[in-house]
Design a protein around this ligand. Structure first.
Ligand code: F6R
Length: 241
């Protein structure tokens, strides 16, 4: 695992955007796996600036997002589809038809998960997967548990994730309890993985993922088995390493 040390959140965001930009420049029709949350927002802002400046072209790029809350439709400002539109897609020259997020309001979860899994396979897998770490070491919404789940699946969010995500909702009751998430296989089959991690609150997750045993109790620890992972962390996130 390569660890890139960043001074602070802005530096982390620039460095992550550099890697993503290089990917898109070297392969115009890249498949990018994307994440939501506070960690990648700065990197998305960088990508938007570079696209606006004419330095980056997303016209042939396809994206697949990691996850979506169950029960939130795309017009809900807490849905991950809404987040991606507002924080990235609406501001770059990507074809909206080439942006994919699991459908959180599907009638049939099983067939939606199978559809998403097939879509990723049909695209030929993911060239670059961007990840954040949950405080509990989750990646996507693969929560700590007794086994790694390979495929796209529906998951019950843990109390710690519900608490962490509460900051975006008016009350804890409004935070969805379930989500659809890409499984460990599609993430691990990505040809390159870039993780952005910021803040002291994530230091334990970084330490356990990088130095701890590989265990489903810390889902991100599986990344130790991937050949091409770059962790871009600010100083506080690295404080326990
Ligand atoms: C988001 C996702 C999550 C987040 C993680 C960190 O699509 O899959 O795994 O990356 O919860 O969230 P932030 O960046 O908000 O701390």
């Amino acid at each position: 695992m390569k660890i890139v040390r960043a001074k602070d959140y802005d530096d982390m965001s620039r460095k992550a955007a550099d890697i993503i930009s290089a990917q898109v420049m070297l392969k115009e029709n890249s498949v990018l796996g994307l994440a939501t949350g506070s960690s990648p927002i700065g990197a998305y802002q960088q990508l938007i600036k570079r696209c606006e400046a004419g330095d980056l072209d997303f016209s042939q790029v396809t994206t697949v997002n990691l996850d979506e809350y169950c029960g939130l439709d795309p017009s809900n400002d807490q849905s991950y589809r809404y987040f991606m539109n507002v924080n990235l897609f609406n501001h770059i020259n990507i074809d909206p038809a080439n942006t994919n997020v699991p459908n959180g309001i599907c009638q049939d979860t099983e067939s939606e998960c199978a559809r998403y899994e097939n879509l990723i396979q049909k695209l030929g897998g993911i060239d670059l997967q961007l990840l954040g770490f949950g405080h509990n070491g989750h990646i996507g919404f693969n929560e700590p548990g007794s086994a790694f789940v390979a495929e796209t699946h529906r998951v019950d969010l843990t109390e710690s994730t519900i608490q962490a995500n509460m900051r975006n909702f008016n009350s804890k009751d409004e935070v969805p309890r379930q989500a659809l998430t890409m499984g460990i296989r599609a993430i691990m089959q990505a040809r390159r993985i870039v993780v952005v991690v910021s803040g002291e609150g994530k230091a334990r997750a970084v330490r356990d993922s990088v130095r701890g045993p590989i265990t489903p109790q810390v889902p991100a620890s599986i990344l130790q088995l991937h050949r091409n992972v770059t962790l871009v962390c600010d100083e506080p996130a690295l404080s326990l390493l």
